[in-house]
Design a protein around this ligand. Structure first.
Ligand code: HEM
Ligand SMILES: *[C@@H]1O[C@H](CO)[C@@H](O)[C@H](O)[C@H]1NC(C)=O
Ligand SMILES: *[C@@H]1O[C@H](CO)[C@@H](O)[C@H](O)[C@H]1NC(C)=O
Length: 321
């Protein structure tokens, strides 16, 4: 093999390969691991449907910072700050689910299953419970040793499609189709009025790409510039089947019912509109693509082998500094 080819493989292919993770990593060391995760997730889902969106967003925000290493689960402690304190992470919920899962796993197989793997497995399980695709998650991730709020750089909702794509492509290697697929996660969950006001006529900012009925409805929820609603109300991202994991998000944004600027732009921008049209027409194709894109998201810059550690408590490093 030519030297230049070897260099090519080292620098461009390996960082995106999933070879270090494998399906069934805990088959010998903790055979019940995936069953335990699924049972705890199922109990929470029965009580709280919102856990699906909570976990999808946590998984995304964890993997985009230092890779999928559970750096997002660390609590601030004394002088030590953590990713949870970054502005884009302030609204994240359901962290206590990881306490429940970790406690059950530590009882069955102490110091064996990483918090990073728990996030990937639990997110997979919530997607299936909400009606989305079932897929195998490769495991073997290790937990990170750093959690720093100043490293958090999650793309914002007012970006254009090409600006958002920058952040998915550069250093992370996602295709545009994979980004559009992953944004299909907005088929569940909520945003807040504060992030949508700049598109509403009641705030003097009518965005002509928004469907008139939706503009009126959001005006009732969010109030107006003269009388803004108190406590920053929540708004569902998928205006039709808000708690079902399906391809309805893509159909809604094609009707001008995208809530965030980026949602609406996906359906309009020449770069992405054909991808959106494809998923709107074909739910099975969205499901297949989503499973693959989640496996790729979950493999981003993972720690394996002897790197990092297996945390005993997902909220704290084993040896806090
Ligand atoms: C360009 C990419 C993205 C942007 C700009 C974006 C932006 C946002 C914003 C602004 C919110 C509302 C946050 C709030 O009001 O508190 C949100 C919610 C959400 N995002 Fe994204 N997002 C992106 C990609 C993703 C990806 C890749 C996933 C997962 C695979 C995801 C899953 C979610 C979910 C499930 C919610 C609802 C959370 C909840 O209800 O708890 N997003 N996103
Ligand atoms: C809501 O979703 C269902 C199921 O996908 C669909 O049949 C229906 O037409 C949608 N309704 C609206 C108003 O978009
Ligand atoms: C998209 O493409 C059409 C023609 O194919 C063009 O007329 C339109 O200006 C383009 N829109 C944007 C936002 O680039």
């Amino acid at each position: 093999m030519k030297i230049s080819n070897i260099i090519l493989i080292f620098f461009f292919v390996l960082p995106f390969a999933y070879a270090d993770l494998r399906v069934g990593f805990y088959g010998r060391s903790c055979p019940s691991a995936e069953t335990i995760v699924r049972q705890v997730v199922q109990r929470r889902f029965n009580r709280e449907r919102t856990v699906v969106a909570d976990l999808l967003q946590i998984h995304f925000h964890d993997c985009f910072v230092r890779g999928c290493d559970a750096s997002l689960l660390i609590d601030p402690r004394g002088q030590s700050r953590s990713e949870k304190q970054a502005a884009t992470n302030k609204n994240l919920e359901s962290f206590d689910l990881f306490d429940d899962i970790k406690a059950a796993l530590e009882k069955a197989c102490p110091c064996t299953v990483s918090c990073a793997d728990i996030i990937a497995l639990a997110t997979r399980d919530t997607v299936a419970l909400a009606g989305g695709p079932r897929y195998n998650v490769p495991t073997g991730r290790r937990d990170g040793l750093v959690s720093n709020p100043s490293e958090v750089n999650i793309p914002g909702p007012d970006l254009s499609v090409s600006q958002a794509f920058e952040s998915f492509f550069r250093g992370r290697g996602f295709s545009l189709e994979e980004m559009v697929t992953l944004l299909g996660a907005h088929t569940v969950g909520f945003t807040h009025c504060s992030l949508v006001r700049n598109r509403l006529s009641s705030f003097g900012k009518r965005d002509p790409t928004m469907d008139g009925a939706l503009d009126a409805k959001l005006g009732r929820t969010c109030g107006s510039s003269r009388r803004p609603a108190k406590n920053d109300p929540q708004i569902v991202l998928d205006q039709n089947t808000s708690f079902v994991f399906d391809n309805e998000y893509f159909r809604q944004i094609r009707k001008g019912r995208g809530v965030l600027h980026i949602d609406q732009q996906l359906a309009l921008d020449n770069l992405s509109r054909h991808i959106v049209a494809g998923f709107a027409a074909n739910g099975a194709s969205f499901n297949r693509n989503f499973a693959n894109a989640m496996i790729k998201l979950g493999s981003l810059h993972v720690l394996v082998g002897n790197s990092g550690e297996i945390r005993k408590n997902c909220r704290a490093f084993n040896n806090p500094r």
